[in-house]
Write a protein that binds this ligand. Structure first.
Ligand code: TYD
Length: 207
C-alpha cells in the first residue's frame, strides 16, 4: 500500500554536518509555525520512538560495521515512519524532523563510503516514494563546525570523526542539494541567527 499523506500536512527535514546550527533553528521554526496556527510535531533521527531511541544509543556509542550502521539507521526510520511520521502526516499535521534520509546518504554514503546503490534500495524499501516536502540544509565550512563542537566535552561516535570525514559528509549533502533542487534549500549557516530566521520565514511561506 502506498504511504498516503493528508493534503494539509507538510513534512520538513533539517540537515547539516554536526555543528552547523540546525538545532538552534529547529525550535524557532516549530514555534514560528505554531504561531501561524499549524499543528507541529517535532521529532528526530535516529530516534523518535522508544525503539528508535534505543537504536540511537547504540548507533551513537557502539562501534559496528558500516553496513550494520546503515541498516540500523533505516530500521529506526521504518519504526519512526510507522509510529510517528505517517500517522501525524495522515492527520494533517506538520512534521519537522531533525535529520532524515539525506543524513544516511551524507554520513553513511559520503562519510563512510557505503555504496549509494545500497542506500537507495533501503530508501525505497523503508519509505516507498515518500519524500520530505522541504529539506533545510544548514551548510557551514568544516572548520567552523569543528570550532563549535570543540566546546562540547562529550562527543558521540560521529562527532569524534576527523575533519576529512566531515568534509566528505558536507560534500555529499551539497550533492544531494544539487540533485534535488526543488526539495533541498541550502542555508548559509555562517549568517547570524536572526538573518537565518528571516531567510527561513521566506522559504516557509513558499511551501
Ligand atoms: P545529531 O542529530 O547531530 O544530534 P545531536 O545534535 O544530539 O548531536 O546526532 C545524530 C548523529 O547521527 C549525527 O552525527 C549524524 C548521524 N546520522 C547518520 O549518520 N545517519 C543518519 O541516517 C542519521 C539520521 C543520523
Amino acid at each position: 500500500m502506498p504511504y498516503l499523506k493528508n493534503k494539509n500536512s507538510k513534512f520538513i527535514t533539517l540537515e547539516g554536518i554536526d555543528g552547523a546550527g540546525k538545532s538552534t533553528q529547529l525550535n524557532w521554526l516549530a514555534e514560528h509555525l505554531r504561531s501561524q496556527g499549524r499543528n507541529v510535531l517535532v521529532t528526530r533521527e535516529p530516534g523518535g520512538t522508544p525503539l528508535g531511541e534505543m537504536l540511537r544509543e547504540l548507533l551513537l556509542h557502539q562501534s559496528m560495521h558500516l553496513e550494520t550502521e546503515a541498516l540500523l539507521m533505516f530500521a529506526a526510520r521504518r519504526e519512526h515512519l510507522d509510529k510517528v511520521i505517517l500517522p501525524a502526516l495522515q492527520a494533517g499535521n506538520w512534521v519537522i524532523s531533525d535529520r532524515f534520509t539525506d543524513a544516511s546518504f551524507a554520513y553513511q554514503g559520503g562519510g563512510r563510503g557505503l555504496d549509494e546503490g545500497k542506500l537507495r534500495i533501503l530508501e525505497k524499501w523503508v519509505q516507498q516514494d515518500l519524500q520530505p516536502d522541504l529539506t533545510l540544509l544548514f551548510d557551514v565550512p568544516v572548520e567552523i563546525s569543528r570550532q563549535r563542537l570543540s566546546s562540547n566535552s562529550s562527543l558521540d561516535r560521529f562527532e569524534q570523526e576527523k575533519q576529512d570525514f566531515f568534509q566528505r559528509v558536507r560534500e555529499a549533502y551539497l550533492r544531494r542539494a544539487a540533485q534535488f533542487p526543488d526539495r533541498v534549500r541550502v542555508i548559509d549557516g555562517r549568517q547570524s541567527v536572526d538573518a537565518i530566521q528571516t531567510e527561513l520565514e521566506v522559504i516557509i511561506s513558499t511551501i
